[in-house]
Design a protein around this ligand. Sequence first.
Ligand code: WT7
Length: 654
Amino acid sequence: MAADGGRPIDALLKEERRFAPPEAFRARAHVKDESVYEEAERDPEAYWARWAEELEWFRKWDKVLEWNPPHAKWFLGGKLNASVNCVDRHIRGPRRNKAAIIWEGEPGDTRTLTYFDLYREVNKFANVLKSLGVKKGDRVTLYLPMIPELPIAMLACARIGAPHSVVFAGFSPQALASRMEDAGSRFLVTCDGYYRRGKVVPLKAQADEALRLLAGKQDVEAVVVVRRTGDEVPFTPGRDRWWHELMDQAERLCPPEVMDAEDMLFMMYTSGTTGRPKGIVHTTGGYLTGVYATTKWVFDLHEDDVYWCMADIGWITGHSYIVYGPLANGATVVMYEGAPDWPDKDRPWVIVEKYGVTIFYTAPTAIRAFAADGPEYPRRHDLSSLRLLGSVGEPINPEAWMWYHEHIGGGRCPIVDTWWQTETGAIMITPLPGVTVTKPGSATRPFPGIKAAVLDDQGNPVPPGQGGGYLAILRPWPSMLRGIWGDEERYVNTYWSKWGRDIYYPGDGAKVDEDGYFWVLGRVDDVMNVAGHRLSTMEIESALVSHPAVAEAAVIAAPHELRGQVPVAFVILEAGRQGSPELEAELKEHVAKVISPIARPDRVLFVPDLPKTRSGKIMRRLLRDIVEGRELGDTTTLRDPEVPEQLRRMYAAR
Ligand code: WT7
């Protein structure tokens, strides 16, 4: 097993602490007893159909599931629109004037959009998109930070049947350009800039650079620019238009497009094991059913909750659990633009106190950072409104879990550690907070209707309590990915080829304990998890070799106390180039620029050679042994068995 997030299996097996749902929580919870698991198992399709019935359909489906492994279709023949489900249906009843989005900018400015406000803005922007020539099926790229225009634009795309492709605003111009090119996207929505740690990030300038890189490769017809900071920005007449000017002219109502359940709702790029990111495709009916159901049960969402997920909408967590899941449920969602430690380290707790947040969802890397800052920051604030805490993105170490429980949850809030992926669309393994007895570090059990197992290389189940294997999903689920944009072969090979066409391979190591609880250990492929962000070692390697000084590079994930993992690079320089601290800094900067600051290597080592097999494959496993200070594994298949020992000495010498 390659990665275990730095958590030895035997340490996890010794975790004895148990936390039962507090009686007061259970009494009010949507799910109060275990019978939901058996009910779902009795007839999973009927169970998912019951969930789908809670959505609003123009036309009901004829068939729940068609499963031709590895291709699934859900709710066949059903017609619906995601924006109707997230907005229109709430304005007809008592939620009409309920806060849908409570937004706070980093400088402290605020905006609240009721469901009716959201309805108006979504309709108008849908008409704006149409007026620019966007048609059903066109991919619209949204390169926007955490401002209300992002969910508005997503829902407007959904309204007219144009799949969105949100590119995280922290990504580089190169990353934006390659995603627009891969998606064949002719439309871009961006903004002048946004605030991050008190500074303005010039997003429009970055978008312009991406558009220059696209010249001759991908036509871009229109760029809509939101005014966020008010700073002067470059503007290309004919191509660029201001959001507010277009909105002033826009028709008030836009009838929603009637979408097939299997029509694409959006695509989201994520890192795989090669240098090229994959455009994960999600469809309308199944995705919405999955995020609706999990939001309601995992977060035990009630009408009066104030729900805050600290993720960025530029990642799947934000798509599913800031936008589609909570809004489909008619929730009040808090959205925050900036950094959690700005202007001070208590900003999240200022926000919780100010808006009376009841449900709070974040990542272990953030929790570890809070813990490192110390309990005095949360202690300064009244956090008594909180009733449920969530964690997502990477394995949560029991110490971080305990700190979260005690210092944020005041010992009274259940914690839901939710395992899922960009590809799964919705939460897959998780406690149900009114039912599940939690164990710090375990995501506990598959959500009702989901069938998971831990398998060995041959596909045999690893017996409970017996150590590690691979996580596997044994049956299709509504919110599963439908493919990789433009790459059918990669879809089949990556996810459905390890054991058979009908078993999904997520790429995570896991174990099951005697109680049937799952413990997810981390990636087992060349994908790393840096502060909850997914990165491919190959992507960073290609960025490094694109620098003229670099001949060859191998990147691995090293364990890191706060960030979970960090990239460490082993680099062979071009003949005549000398390694130096200046060049190390330059290469780090280069990676940050080509991919994103998240991908910046923690260390760059200049080495004379890399551990390679006779066929030339780099044995990253040995590099991990070096970095983690382990006994070196088998080196007999290497072309030069001396290399690892040499590298080990170099690594230790620094
Ligand atoms: C990978 C997916 C899904 C939202 C954010 C990340 C890791 C995610 C957990 C968890 C252990 C987790 C896995 C997974 N992961 N949640 N609760 N416990 N590991 O989405 O970027 O698609 O990454 O994140 O390794 O495969 P993503």
